[in-house]
Design a protein around this ligand. Structure first.
Ligand code: ADP
Ligand code: ADP
Length: 232
């Protein structure tokens, strides 16, 4: 079975004349260890699709399945548990806790879940993201790029089955974005994690195994083994 899938997903905002069809009958599957980039014009439904897949938003109709769990069948409490245990999310706005250090932010989800970090993986993530000498700093003492890398490390720390990224390199310079994309690639290659990002950046998409193109709430194309040139 795929690691995650959406089947006949629709999402409609508003009613009557002001209705917006953010998703129209979207079906897509994500395999274990696969890194997918979702691309498309602004307003095409990328964020809505990812939020529905990650259980942050509910669809109007259709189903989302994570592993063998269909999200529509879950209670709020079960949903929270599934997100905590199996899903990592890198937000566009980093959502770091200002009073905690970088390291405390990174391990916060694990602490909340009462889980011990896998120290070797944590070291790998911290080193590859160039955060080793920033672990004691609070978010206000970090650059935007460093904050985004902390947010990325936090999403990966618990080795979730699936990692979602909403423009994870959106605010980063070329070096930082290379580090973020490299660790996401490693998560997929070395740990069989499923990675799904929304991006406008052709270079970011070139790190993915495939690109799913959305337009006007529908999947209009798939591209395997993208390069920065072929996604344009
Ligand atoms: P993208 O991520 O591709 O920019 P979105 O998923 O954010 O697209 O939005 C898809 C469509 O749904 C857009 O027309 C957007 O304006 C609309 N939309 C998104 N969120 C809401 C909302 N909370 N209320 C009303 N309309 C929304
Ligand atoms: P992006 O293009 O990166 O998806 P947006 O600016 O479209 O970002 O959306 C940012 C947030 O605003 C999202 O959470 C989305 O759900 C919400 N949003 C987008 N369009 C609308 C809208 N027309 N009405 C209300 N909320 C919206």
């Amino acid at each position: 079975a795929p690691a995650a899938s959406a089947k006949a997903l629709t999402k409609t905002y508003g009613t009557g004349d002001t209705q917006v069809h953010a998703l129209r009958d979207v079906s897509v599957e994500f395999e274990r260890g696969e890194f997918t980039a979702i691309m498309g014009p602004s307003g095409s439904g990328k964020s809505t699709l990812m939020h529905c897949l990650a259980g942050l938003d509910s669809a109007t109709s259709g189903t989302v399945t994570i592993g063998d769990t269909e999200l529509t069948n879950l209670t709020d409490k079960q949903m929270t548990g599934l997100r905590r245990d199996r899903i990592g999310f890198v937000f566009q706005s980093f959502n770091l806790v200002p009073t905690l250090t970088a390291l405390e932010n990174i391990t916060l989800p694990l602490d909340i879940a009462g889980r011990e970090p896998d120290q070797q993986w944590l070291d790998t993530v911290v080193d590859r993201l160039g955060l080793r000498d920033r672990l004691d700093h609070r978010p206000s003492e970090l650059s935007g790029g460093q904050q985004q890398r902390v947010a990325c490390a936090r999403a990966l720390a618990g080795r979730p089955d699936i990692v979602f990224g909403d423009e994870p390199t959106g605010n980063l310079d070329s070096r930082s974005s290379g580090e973020v994309l490299g660790i996401l690639r490693a998560a997929a290659d070395e740990f069989d994690q499923t990675v799904v990002i929304v991006t406008h950046d052709p270079r970011a998409a070139s790190f993915a195994d495939r690109v799913v193109f959305l337009a006007d709430g529908a999947v209009i194309d798939h591209l395997a083994n993208p390069t920065a040139e072929t996604v344009l």
